[in-house]
Every structure is written in structure tokens, then in C-alpha cells.
Design a protein around this ligand. Structure first.
Ligand SMILES: Nc1nc2c(ncn2[C@@H]2O[C@H](COP(=O)(O)OP(=O)(O)O)[C@@H](O)[C@H]2O)c(=O)[nH]1
Ligand SMILES: [Mg+2]
Length: 461
């Protein structure tokens, strides 16, 4: 039995006795899968009759629906864009078939499929051209039959048993009535896999360095530390919070921190590092000291160095100062900005950012901008996940960053960091990985552009 405290408080019901047996988190995850749609419970197998007449009475002519079968360890479901079928009908529907694991990882498998749906007095059946089939037989209670292809594609336990606890059908409101959108949500997982493989296979340009260092700079609270946690989470496959994040007027991050990134599965350390710095503040002796920046760029500042806004680093501070090898240096700087405040940055802050950009260019270092807190993040990449969508590149914030820091649109990246989520989301991961890949490309371009004397005498290992 599901504990009472887990029952959803948020669903709106037509009928007060009808209560979903999805937990609050499960309901939120499914709403998100459908693009922040809202769910209204129409049919519940333990309350309503287990027959096709009752099902069609409750669910037909309601618009898009989501049918879920709750089992002990997994939820199997089908989202149907068109109306739920009427009795004795057979029709093609645009459907998303999915399974949601009911453990702490809440892994989703989803397939976007044109589906033939038939409903008669004996059964509700769904078939897809990929030979997937799902059958609910009204003569048997609480049994959902799936063929082997469906069990495999939805990544269900190979010893799948047909018994379920409850069948529920929800009306889905507020969905973008666009099959392309749903397809994008569903195919995000595939793209996530491709990007992850590309990042795991990454090697710095001509092996000039054994690892690329990416420095994050930006105003206090812009999401630098959160981005590091987001990257780590996306690689680990679960949420982690290694870097301390928080909201305060002054920087929560007071130390220079260098984070290596591990591939979650093999545990292997990947050849790039993210360097977290103290946030910038408007005041002269507040936040990251501008004079510290060239030292950081040259790789003279060690991990865990305690920043002091009033006391800039002196060249003699660290013995390696003038001669840090290329491999210890910063190879790409990401200017991290909260998209909501890009258009209202103070002149003092803009001047600081421009000054840093000048130092970065002078040192021949690659650079990108990273906009965080992006709200409609599913719209950032086009339907093929290949490029940034036009609607996004024309945003005033993007134009503004382009003009302010002279960064081309292709290097103005957008993410929505993991902040208060309870589970990973494929689209967020896609944006995080895509941003990281672009940072590595910028680093490689800068390495490729180095004068020979800078690379010639190097011992890359
Ligand atoms: N919703 C959301 N919150 C964010 C995002 N990035 C950062 N935050 C929140 O903003 C606050 C400051 O973030 P933090 O990473 O500490 O900023 P930093 O000072 O640049 O390191 C924290 O409460 C974060 O949870 C984001 O992309 N989306
Ligand atoms: Mg921070």
C-alpha cells in the first residue's frame, strides 16, 4: 500500500472520492514529461467500473489523455494527443508510450509512436508500427498485457508480470498541441546519450594539454557553482551538490575551487576541469578582485586559495607565478550570467565584465557566455537538437550579451541549472552537455591558435 502521506494533494478531481494513487513527485515528473501540462483524474479502476462503457463515458471527448497503469515498481502509461476513443472504434493516434521507475531515480523511458487504438466491449488495445502492443482485457481484472517488444523498448523487467494496482486516466490540459514538441521531449534521452558519448570521447586539441581548464566568472548568484553541480549531476546520473551554492548578497563561494569531472559509470576522470571563482560585485573592494584575474588565467592560483577582495594576489604569492605550464592555465572562460538580470546589469558590473574579457583576449584564451535560469529551456535547441532555435537567438538578452562582450551567438549558451529538482531531466542534461561541449570547442580553438613557441617546448604529460 502507498502511505497516505504520499497521496497527491494537487490533483483536481471531478469527483471527490476519486484520488490518484500517483505520488506527488510522480505526478510532477509526468506533467513535466508532457511540457508542464496539468492532469485531471477522469477514471480510476478501483472506483469506476472495469468496463469500456464506463471508460468511454468518463474519458471520451475530453481532449488529450494520459492512461497509466500503476505497478509496484513501475508505472506504464500512454499519452494520447487526440481524444480518447469512443466505444467500438479503431483510430490512429499520436501517442507517447512511457515507463517510469518507482525507485529514487525515477528513470523514464519513452517512445513517440503513431499508434492504432481500438476499443470494444472486451478490450482496449494499442498497436504501433514498431510491433509494440498493449492490451487491457475487460474480462480480467488488473492485468495489462505487453508484448516482448514493448517490454524491451520501455526498458521493463524482462520478467514482466501483467498484474497492476490501479489504472487511471487523466485529462491533460495546457499541453502544447504540437506532436513535434512531445517528440522532442521523448527523443531528448537519445540526444543526451549522444552528447554524453561525445564528451566521454573528448581529447584536448592535439593532446597539447592533458586536461582543459574552464573558468567560470560572473556576478554573485549568477549560477556558477550550480552549473558545476549540474555538470557533475548530469555525468553521475543523479543529483549531487559538491559545490556550495546559495543566495546571498555577497559571494557564498570564497575559495578558488578546481573540480574534476568523472564519468559516472566507469568512474574515470575526464580530461576537463571546471574552476569556480568568487562572484563579482559592483563595489571596488567587494567580490572577486579584478587584479586576481590575470593570475587565475595564467594558472598561478592553487585549488582552495582563499580569495580576499581587499588583498589582491602578489606575483610572489605563488612560486609558479610567471612560469605556469600551459596545462595548468585556463583554456576557456565562461561568463556566467542570470538571463533574468542580463538587461539590467549596472554600468560598474558591465565594466568589470569587459575588463575581464580584455584580459582573456590578451591571454589568447577561448571564451563563451553561459546564461542560466532559462525558463522555457525546452525551446532553446531546435527540434533536431542541432542548433539554437531562432526564437532564442533573437532574444534581447542574447543580443545584449553579444554586443556587451562581443561573443558570437553560437557561443552564447543557455542552461537551466539543477536547483530544487528531485530528479534529472533529459532536456536539462542535453543543454548542460551541449554547453560544456561548446566550451571545450572554444578551448580547442584557442589551443589551436597558440603561437608555436607556447606549444613547442611543452611536455604535455
Ligand atoms: N531555478 C534556477 N535556480 C538557479 C539556477 N542557477 C542558480 N540558481 C540558484 O541561484 C542561487 C545562486 O546560485 P549559485 O550557483 O550559488 O551562484 P554563484 O554565486 O554564481 O555560484 C542558488 O540558490 C541556486 O539554486 C538556474 O539555472 N535555475
Ligand atoms: Mg558560487
Amino acid at each position: 500500500m502507498i502511505p497516505v502521506s504520499f497521496l497527491s494533494p494537487l490533483s483536481s478531481y471531478r469527483n471527490m472520492e476519486v484520488t490518484t494513487r500517483l505520488t506527488w513527485i510522480e505526478e510532477k515528473i509526468l506533467e513535466r514529461l508532457l511540457g508542464n501540462a496539468s492532469l485531471t483524474l477522469l477514471y480510476q479502476s478501483s472506483v469506476h467500473k472495469h468496463c469500456s462503457v464506463e471508460m468511454t463515458n468518463k474519458c471520451s471527448l475530453q481532449g488529450s489523455t494520459m492512461t497509466v497503469f500503476l505497478k509496484e515498481d513501475v508505472i506504464v502509461g500512454v499519452f494520447m494527443l487526440e481524444d480518447f476513443p469512443s466505444l467500438d472504434s479503431e483510430k490512429p493516434c499520436t501517442c507517447t508510450w512511457f515507463s517510469l521507475k518507482r525507485n529514487n531515480n525515477y528513470g523514464i523511458s519513452a517512445l513517440f509512436l503513431n499508434t492504432r487504438v481500438t476499443l470494444d466491449s472486451t478490450s482496449l488495445r494499442m498497436f504501433s508500427p514498431k510491433s509494440l502492443s498493449l492490451t487491457l482485457n475487460f474480462r480480467e481484472y488488473s492485468r495489462l498485457y505487453l508484448n516482448d517488444a514493448t517490454i524491451k523498448e520501455l526498458e521493463l523487467n524482462p520478467n514482466y508480470k501483467p498484474e497492476y494496482w490501479a489504472c487511471e486516466i487523466f485529462r491533460v490540459d495546457g499541453i502544447k498541441k504540437n506532436p513535434g514538441f512531445i517528440k522532442k521531449m521523448v527523443t531528448a534521452k537519445e540526444h543526451r546519450g549522444k552528447l554524453l558519448s561525445a564528451l566521454k570521447a573528448y581529447r584536448p586539441y592535439e593532446d597539447l594539454v592533458s586536461e582543459v581548464c574552464i573558468l567560470l566568472v560572473g556576478p554573485v548568484g549568477s549560477g556558477k557553482s550550480s552549473f558545476i553541480n549540474s555538470v557533475k549531476s548530469a555525468f553521475q546520473g543523479h543529483l549531487t551538490r559538491q559545490a556550495i551554492v546559495g543566495s546571498d548578497e555577497s559571494s557564498i563561494t570564497k575559495q578558488y575551487r578546481v573540480y574534476s569531472i568523472k564519468d559516472g559509470k566507469s568512474g574515470e576522470t575526464l580530461p576537463f576541469m571546471l574552476c569556480d571563482s568568487m562572484g563579482l560585485e559592483e563595489g571596488e573592494e567587494a567580490g572577486l578582485c579584478m587584479d586576481d584575474i590575470p593570475h587565475i588565467l595564467k594558472g598561478c592560483v592553487p585549488d582552495r586559495y582563499q580569495f580576499n577582495p581587499c588583498k589582491p594576489i602578489k606575483p610572489k604569492h605563488f612560486t609558479s607565478a610567471a612560469s605556469a605550464p600551459l596545462k595548468g592555465r585556463i583554456h576557456c572562460v565562461a561568463f556566467v550570467l542570470d538571463i533574468r538580470s542580463v538587461n539590467t546589469l549596472s554600468d560598474k558590473m558591465v565594466a568589470k565584465l569587459k575588463k575581464i574579457r580584455k584580459d582573456v583576449v590578451d591571454c589568447g584564451i577561448g571564451h563563451v557566455a553561459l546564461l542560466t535560469n532559462v525558463k522555457d529551456y525546452d525551446e532553446v535547441l531546435d527540434d533536431n537538437f542541432a542548433n539554437m532555435a531562432e526564437s532564442v537567438t533573437s532574444l534581447s538578452q542574447v543580443q545584449n550579451v553579444q554586443n556587451m562582450l562581443n561573443i558570437p551567438v553560437a557561443n552564447i549558451l543557455m542552461v537551466s541549472n539543477y536547483a530544487s529538482e528531485r530528479s534529472l531531466e533529459p532536456i536539462k542534461d542535453v543543454l548542460i552537455f551541449a554547453a560544456l561541449r561548446q566550451m571545450l570547442r572554444a578551448a580547442d580553438d584557442a589551443l589551436a591558435d597558440l603561437p608555436l613557441e607556447d606549444t613547442g617546448h611543452l611536455d604535455p604529460f
